[in-house]
Ligand binder design. Structure first.
Ligand code: GRF
Length: 208
């Protein structure tokens, strides 16, 4: 059984989708903990309701980014994860932290990376006149919203779309691609070579 630890900051709808798929589809894995940097995160309530272990490492209690990262790593390592899943985790992690979990840490970002790393992705995509947007599941590297791409979803932009409507439609696709990418990882179906990710069954790595 692969042990999955999720890192969250907010409502945790992606974490919930992953947990539900893991249970319903009987993955060879379990979500062993939900770790939040925000004490009030909605994801923590979900964890409690579903009997999942949880922990809070409040970034505001630490004087430096390094001190926070160290405390976070200590808590995470206590759960002995095979995979770390960032699901709406809104803190930038330092390079030593990222290297510690290299090759076993995934993130989802609401854009078609490498376009629009960072915040306000949908607004920026609309301003740029993009005709399609989407989301990307990728392995985490020290550079923000960067790293080998596992799976992407593509969402057409419709006339009259604003950033909220786009965000909603993209989020729906996130709930499809993130569980699938995590499932591939725990089933050992992802190979990374030269910064590129291959799904070993030859499954499509784009959801259109
Ligand atoms: C998602 O849009 C995800 O792509 C981004 O943050 C949001 C998190 O939403 N990284 P949730 O907490 O999973 O509901």
């Amino acid at each position: 059984m692969k042990r999955i630890v999720t890192l969250v900051s907010g409502r945790g709808s992606n974490m919930q989708a992953i947990h539900a798929a893991c249970v319903q589809q009987r993955w060879p894995a379990q979500v062993v903990a939900v770790v939040s940097n925000r004490p009030g995160a909605g994801a923590l309530a979900y964890a409690e309701q579903h009997g999942l272990a949880s922990a809070v490492v409040d970034h505001q209690a630490y004087a430096s980014r390094d001190a926070f990262d160290d405390a976070l790593a200590e808590v995470i390592d206590g759960f002995q994860p095979d995979l770390l899943v960032l699901a709406g985790f809104m803190r930038i992690l330092g390079a030593p932290f990222v290297r510690r979990y290299e090759g076993r840490m995934l993130n989802i970002h609401p854009s078609l990376l490498p376009a629009f790393p960072g915040l306000h992705t949908h607004r920026r995509a609309l301003e740029a006149g993009c005709k399609a947007v989407g989301a990307t599941v990728h392995f985490v590297t020290p550079e923000l919203d960067h790293g080998p791409i596992v799976l992407q979803s593509v969402v057409p932009v419709r006339p009259g779309d604003d950033e909220h409507r786009l965000a909603e439609r993209v989020l729906t696709t996130e709930h499809g691609i993130y569980p699938l990418a995590v499932r591939w990882f725990v089933e050992g179906k992802l190979q990374v070579e030269g910064g590129l990710v291959r799904q070993t069954d030859g499954a499509s790595q784009v959801l259109l």
